[in-house]
Design a protein around this ligand. Structure first.
Ligand SMILES: [Zn+2]
Ligand SMILES: [Zn+2]
Length: 152
């Protein structure tokens, strides 16, 4: 099967527009500001620095376990639909019809909820990329973009 399945998944932001993230290095959670797509203010980077431990990782390595689980759950029904379409296609033109009720029976998970926790800090070097960190960590924070240490 070489069909690519793309499932748009929207993850919840908190009321300030921040997305929860988990550092693959220290395993701790923080949030970064989620820019609108095409926002000229967003930094184009190929890695981010963890605000808490300062270690950089690729832009796609910051999912929390709950987000990964949710994304897997959301793609289930799309895979289900694709399987049904393929079966319908395979039987097209034949004299008998496949069972229309065929389904892998995958349930869509409940939407995630994002609480308004943590403290907003704005790096002086990159004020366009604010982060939210646990209150007790706000005294020493690394810039998401360049990794330099600052205190809120
Ligand atoms: Zn970290
Ligand atoms: Zn910076």
């Amino acid at each position: 099967m070489n069909e690519e399945i793309r499932v748009p998944v929207s993850l919840p932001l908190d009321s300030d527009g921040f997305l929860r993230r988990e550092c693959p290095t220290c395993g701790r959670e923080f949030k970064w500001f989620s820019h609108e797509e095409g926002d000229a203010d967003a930094e184009a980077v190929d890695q981010y620095f963890c605000p808490l431990c300062g270690v950089a990782s690729g832009t796609d390595s910051w999912w929390t376990p709950a987000q990964l689980e949710y994304m897997q759950g959301v793609s289930g029904p799309a895979i289900d639909q694709l399987a049904r379409d393929m079966i319908a296609d395979a039987f097209k033109g034949l004299k008998f019809k496949p069972n229309r009720s065929f389904s892998l029976d995958i349930q869509t998970p409940d939407p995630l909820a994002e609480p308004d926790d943590m403290t907003i800090v704005e790096p002086p070097c990159h004020p366009n990329e604010p982060v939210k960190v646990p209150d007790e960590d706000a005294a020493r924070v690394h810039c998401l973009v360049c990794g330099s240490l600052f205190s809120a």
